[in-house]
Write a protein that binds this ligand. Sequence first.
Ligand SMILES: Cc1ncc(COP(=O)(O)O)c(C=O)c1O
Length: 471
Amino acid sequence: MLRSNGVSLPIRAPRYNTQRVTAVYAENGPKSPQQPTPGSRTLRAAAVAPQVEQVAAPQTTNGRGGSSHHDNNYVEPVLRPSTLTVHGGENKGRLRQGLLDSLTTPIVQTSTYTFKNTAELIAYQEGRHGSFEYGRYGNPTARVVEEKIMALEGAEDCLLSSSGMCSATTMLLALVPQGGHIVTTTDCYRRTRQFIQTVLPKMGISCTVIDPADIKGLQRALEQNKVSLFFSESPTNPYLRCVDIPKIAELCAATDTIVCIDSTFATPVNSRALSLGADLVIHSATKYLAGHNDVLAGAICGSADLVEQVRSMHNVLGGVIDAHAAYLLLRGMKTLGLRVEHQNRCAMEIAQRLEAHPKISRVHYPGLPSHPDHDIAVKQMSGFGGVISFEVKGDLWKTAAFIDACQLPYIAPSLGGVESLIEQPTVISYWDQGPEKRAEIGIKDNLVRFSCGVEHPEDIWADMAQALDQI
Ligand SMILES: Cc1ncc(COP(=O)(O)O)c(C=O)c1O
């Protein structure tokens, strides 16, 4: 552990010292058979802090049996998510030196880092002195956020970037070789699909798209191609489909295929994909993690080895998060546990009421038994998230009239923040595609996506009910 300018820094090689520490939790999230080691209640996030306790490699709980270089080295947390959202990464005075005794993590506003003399610079080059060196390679404020996310996901390492799209595109460019093959799922954020289907082919990278439940399709794709990577959201956007992560991880392990789950809709409070066998987890941290509709950010976490490969690409591409944005994310994350628990309860209540309403033809919410992936969601998630998609009985314009009649939620893209947001995917994301293309990708004109904020569920429902009365 080395220090520079009063700030704890990782040594250079590896740039981040990802010593494993035993960690943290149990309340929410799928249970793992692995129990916390007594006396090892060091926050996972303190991976570069001096008080880190080095332990033997934890057993992975990914259900794979054997090991491969893709073993995600999942680290079972000891503390509960709502505790980790507050303390993870910050570790009680980690920056407590000299003037840096503030309770909150400071915003370190710098584009570069200094060296006392040439000897120190050479020590850095040789991995004996810790420094971020230059702003594109890291920032202490951002590193604390990364360690908070590591603590929550049980990951060995995490890399923040300037947006969720930046995390996804950098990951794909880093881990899929030229001429490689990807398997992905149908219901997926439009821009990710666009990157996979229009940019990656320029590098000879092809793709098989399967239904989220199509395990046979995955098997076939794995047999017929050398698949480098499986990528899916879980739950997906906008139909909230959930993929069977342990099953997919088992199949992909046999062919050495990396499994990357976009867990934006789940959050680590509701589901930890690494504990279920995924190799990597991606977040649009813009959504629930930051939680206040005021900042864009992305995160990718997993084994030190895979994240390091993504970091090397990121250092070249340069989609770094600004220190202020990192601070906003850090501040937002402290209430992640509270917000998500509220949003889970609220969405479940609203979903049930919508399902019983005569003007609604269908509700898509993984917490409802009517959802096609309800059984998978029950196994993998401790809460079903704050987004509900539903279909209004009527056409595009009747649906738009309902949305316009709602007074409480804002009509806006995005989700996961404290303000409830409502949108008609046809209009907000797919208007340019025309009816045929929308039908092909399964976007229905009467579909509404609603993201519960932290308002009182009765107020949200009263508003929706009056809007439904008007159509
Ligand atoms: C599931 C999912 N992943 C990734 C993204 C992209 O994230 P960002 O907007 O932070 O770039 C989004 C954006 O809506 C999303 O919904």
